[in-house]
Design a protein around this ligand. Structure first.
Ligand code: PLP
Length: 371
């Protein structure tokens, strides 16, 4: 599904030098590479404040803490995402309120978001799934109209760009009050372990985010609020600072591979290639096909037997996860998300895909549909 080793070998000397520099300085916590990476992230994202932290899940939790949510407050999000989105909400005693997704984009449906708003709603938390931005014109419009905050889960979308109806172009993670991302190794910008970051254009929110990551303190040993310990290691920052320079190139390689897939698979009747939004670029964190539910598992087996790995992102929607059953959601509550869980299949997508690999993968898929 990914080829992190191949990617590393192409920039090995640069990465190794960055790692050795950190080890020689031994500034393992909050070394100068962390500050440097934050500055470079700010300029990449064109945003005032980038604050790094331990991982993408922490980023979401810290973002919710910084907006001073209180137990019982409702957060509207998608049922079709990675568990971290919902986990962060639940851990703080907030209530995840789901809005079903759009059958084309698989991102949160703004009509459903509007219907889910109540007097307890505080935050809308869209996820830019697979690398394509949610309908942020609608999300930001609803937030403004109802006095809500917006936290973006941009863990899969770093580098993706959204064009608003008024022509303004913004990067994923910079459109809401706070944007969150992850540097998990397989993300588009991945480190060699765990890492995450938050973005905001609001200086007072930025200060709060930074303080929460440091046990709620601005001055060491003086704690103004309850915080957490969540930091990006200096080693990871040094690695990411090297890789950030290649992120656009990496996203372009993914996009090229996606173009190959689109052209080779687009005409198969029982298969739907990823829909492209007119307003967002797609950075293809995942290349996800929609099959007929009856085909999905047999196609998966067929590919596996022929050496093609696949993944199902995600097999169970959030509202039907056992750990979250106490919220009282039922099968049938979010039919689009439920149907996607039975029909999506992601095929290999990374920066090192070669034409012969793409050709083999596509031929094997076509063979399944011929048989
Ligand atoms: C990866 C991911 C996260 C969590 O990131 P971690 O760094 O693994 O904690 C959150 N949301 C989404 C949508 C993700 O894909």
């Amino acid at each position: 599904m990914v080829d992190l080793r191949g990617q590393y070998f192409k920039i090995r000397s640069e990465i190794d030098a960055a790692i050795n520099k950190v080890i020689n300085s031994s500034a393992f916590i909050n070394g100068p590479e962390v500050a440097s990476f934050q500055r470079n992230l700010e300029s990449f994202q064109n945003i005032g404040h980038a604050i790094t932290c331990g991982n993408g899940t922490d980023a979401l939790q810290i973002a919710l803490m910084a907006l001073e949510t209180e137990p019982g407050d409702e957060v509207i999000t998608t049922p079709f995402t990675f568990i971290a989105t919902v986990e962060a909400i639940a851990l703080l005693g907030l209530k995840p309120v789901f809005a079903d997704v759009h059958p084309g984009s698989f991102n949160i449906d703004s009509t459903a978001v509007e219907q889910a708003i109540t007097s307890r709603t505080r935050v809308i938390l869209p996820v830019h799934l697979y690398g394509q931005c949610a309908d942020m014109d609608a999300v930001c419009g609803l937030a403004q109209k109802h006095g809500l905050r917006v936290i973006e889960d941009a863990a899969q979308a770093l580098g993706s760009e959204y064009t608003f109806k008024d022509g303004k172009v913004k990067k994923a993670g910079t459109m809401g009050d706070i944007g969150c991302t992850s540097f998990f190794p397989s993300k588009n910008l991945g480190c060699f372990g765990d890492g995450g970051a938050m973005f905001t254009g609001l200086p007072e929110v930025g200060e709060k985010l930074r303080s929460i990551t440091l046990h709620g303190s601005k001055v060491k040993y003086y704690h103004d609020m309850i915080g957490v310990n969540s930091r990006l290691d200096t080693l990871q920052a040094a690695i990411l600072d090297v890789k950030l320079k290649y992120l656009e190139k990496y996203n372009l390689s993914r996009s090229k591979a996606a173009g190959y897939y689109d052209a080779a698979l687009g005409d198969i009747d029982r298969l739907q290639i990823p829909a492209r939004s007119g307003q967002s670029t797609h950075i293809y964190h995942a290349y996800t096909l929609k099959t007929a539910p009856a085909d999905r598992d047999s196609l998966r087996d067929f590919l596996k037997q022929r050496g093609v790995p696949t993944m199902v992102y995600y097999p169970v929607p959030m509202h039907l996860q056992k750990a979250y059953s106490h919220y009282g959601y039922r099968e049938g509550d979010f039919p689009v998300a439920e149907e996607l869980c039975r029909s999506v299949l992601s095929i290999p997508m990374h920066t090192e895909l070669q034409e012969d690999q793409l050709e083999y993968i596509c031929n094997t898929i076509r063979e399944y549909y011929k048989g």
